[in-house]
Design a protein around this ligand. Sequence first.
Ligand code: FAD
Length: 319
Amino acid sequence: MSQVLVLVDHVDGAVRKTTTELLTIAARLGEPAAVFIGGHPDAFDNASATLAEYGAQTVYRVEGEGIEDYLVAPKAEALAAVVAQAGDPAAVLLASSGENKEIAGRLAVKLDSGLITDAVDVQEGPVTTQSVFAAAFTVTASVTKGVPVITVKPNSAEPIAVAGVTPTVVTVPVTISEAARTAKITERRPKEKSGRPELTEAAVVVSGGRGTNGDFSPVESFADALGGAVGASRAAVDAGWYPHNSQVGQTGKQVSPTLYVASGISGAIQHRAGMQTSKTIVAINKDPEAPIFELVDFGVVGDLFKVLPQATEEVLKRK
Ligand code: FAD
């Protein structure tokens, strides 16, 4: 069975949930193999335990001087080296993030392969499902040339733990080329901890728009009751009511949670582009004619300042 390579996203060895989702998808397509880049020995040990738990049969540990000091390009080179070592893998899977999509693009060029980004499902083939043209169409697609390079949106699969796997560890030494040493990381600042999950990975996202009139407290309280992340429309971000890194949409983040709640958001096409692949969509809007109601599973016509606190209270009561 051919290997399916999964790029491991980790912070000091703490493996992100998106990686465990990709390992579960990889098991449908072939033999899951993880590619771990960087980190100190403890980080690798921590990561290995999680990778084994989610079925990685092989873990490629990439080592190279300066590999973590530069943006994007060295990781594409490292992945290309692992592809060469793995023989003829069935696919390379990466979680859809801004950085990973750039790595995927560069890797596809190096491998002379086809690239598919932002898949929301990957089945045997591999055949992918994507939502395209600002979510106006759903297409299935497959790569027809080379090793398929595929980025997959977070929450596209429920991670499944696999008992009794002891991965084979393969060390891959790489020498980063001068051409890849173009954008150096000069400082790393830890993110301010909000206690909420990362927006793109959260199972629940509650977003606020212009309808909040700058008061996000009911949106945040509802998100916290559900253990979710807080998103915002561009109108809310442009008004300075919420940070830019919370923007959902075409020019913001792409989210695909199990539950997306849009409150005080009209549902412009550019907003939909970032959230339409969510599994269940709920909207709260005063205007019954708001376009957001065209795509919701559940809609509440009402004032968010009344509806959200009631919903929060009800959720907390049931906890
Ligand atoms: P509005 O369209 O003003 O809607 C506010 C809604 O709140 C209304 O439907 C209103 O009925 C409702 N409301 C008001 N008060 C209440 C209340 N008390 N309770 C309940 N409902 C209430 N937008 C994005 O979001 N993300 C993007 O990434 C993005 N990228 C863009 C890229 C380009 C190139 C362009 C041109 C635009 C982009 N936009 C993006 C902007 C987009 O077109 C819309 O302008 C924006 O999404 C509107 O935000 P909104 O829904 O919060 O505001």
